[in-house]
Design a protein around this ligand. Structure first.
Ligand code: AMP
Length: 328
């Protein structure tokens, strides 16, 4: 089932202990789209500036991603982000964010993008996420990602957008920040109760009163956890010895996770399906961090993903046989 994604399309400047890139292709929607393209048809919605190269759009085209709704704004500047990582790559500092063409952008989805039954609202201003959500009231599965910046400066808008989706994918620290709850499971459980009132909401019939039923907490090198009303599941990250650049790992995870769900959307959204989606997201993210930006995913083959998912299954399985006798 085709997927539409809106989110940043960017130039990133990134410094890690292993090197740096001054101006590489990035953006949440780009990382997501490349990952999800292994599973289903993807259509990207978002603006770029006059400075955005055709060769960057070709990276998406080569993976079969639909780029008709990437709008080039005359005289505009592409979204720009600069970040630097600490020595263990767990800490990241944002040094610069320039919204550029995203400021004042009004998305107009083509009929084709609007017809996708799966929608991913990748990280960008929550008002824009809500705007795109409103243009796709009948989407069957809608997921949303965000970040601390928007919790800091646009929390009400963000909560409003979250209340209109089925699935929230957020870093664990951001889940805590968003809810003010120090415990991850209780933070996730609180959000599972958020629902758009419907009354006064203009997202249309399909979105009113829905609210998230799936919460994914991204935990960086420690993996990701899944919380639903009934169940909990967690996977560690794939154990790599060398990580070069974590930029976009979260979006690449989301691309694998949502992509897998979209490719199986004729199935019910069971716990089993969600767990397999987690494994595919985890595998995709592990490739992303092996090189800078989109470099590794651009060369990735489907069979490599399957092999890593099999390894993850082995790494995380254990026998449930209880000890014959427990003391105490
Ligand atoms: P991740 O490492 O998964 O958190 O995502 C990194 C990507 O997010 C980079 O490619 C950036 O271009 C993009 N990004 C960083 N800050 C923002 C922001 N405030 N809004 C949207 N995208 C952002």
């Amino acid at each position: 089932m085709p997927i539409t994604v809106v989110g940043s399309i960017a130039y990133d400047a990134v410094k890690t202990p292993f090197g740096e890139r001054e101006r590489m292709l990035g953006g949440a929607a780009v990382h997501f789209a490349l990952a999800a393209s292994f599973f289903d048809e993807v259509r990207v919605v978002g603006p770029v500036g006059e400075d955005f190269g055709e060769s960057e759009i070709d990276v998406l085209r080569r993976r079969g991603v639909g780029v008709a709704d990437i709008e080039r704004i005359a005289g505009g500047k592409t979204f720009f982000w600069r970040g630097e990582y600490g020595w263990d790559l767990n800490s990241r500092e944002t040094l610069d964010t320039q919204l550029g063409v995203f400021e004042g952008f009004e998305p107009k989805l083509s009929d084709q993008s609007r017809e996708s039954e799966v929608l991913f609202l990748a990280n960008i201003q929550p008002g824009l996420q809500r705007d795109v959500r409103e243009q796709m009231p009948d989407a069957r599965f809608v997921a949303l990602d965000s970040m601390n910046l928007w919790i800091d400066i646009a929390r009400d808008e963000l909560v409003d957008a979250i209340e209109r989706v089925d699935c929230l994918i957020l870093n664990d620290a951001e889940l805590r920040q968003l809810t003010g709850r120090p415990n991850l499971v209780s933070a996730a459980r609180e959000i599972l109760n958020w629902k758009a009132s419907g009354a006064g909401g203009s997202a249309g019939e399909g979105a009113g009163g829905r609210g998230p039923s799936v919460i994914v907490a991204k935990q960086g090198e420690y993996g990701a956890a899944l919380v639903t009303a009934e169940r909990f599941f967690a996977l560690p990250a794939y154990p790599l010895e060398t990580v070069i650049d974590p930029t976009g790992a979260g979006d690449t995870f989301a691309g694998g996770f949502v992509g897998y769900i979209a490719a199986h959307s004729d199935h019910e959204l069971t716990d089993d399906l969600l767990r397999r989606a987690m494994a595919h997201g985890t595998a995709l993210a592990s490739f992303n961090v092996e090189e800078f930006g989109t470099e590794r995913i651009e060369r990735l083959e489907g069979e490599e993903i399957s092999a890593r998912v099999r390894e993850l299954s082995e790494i995380t399985s254990f026998s449930g046989a209880p000890l014959a006798r427990l003391r105490g």
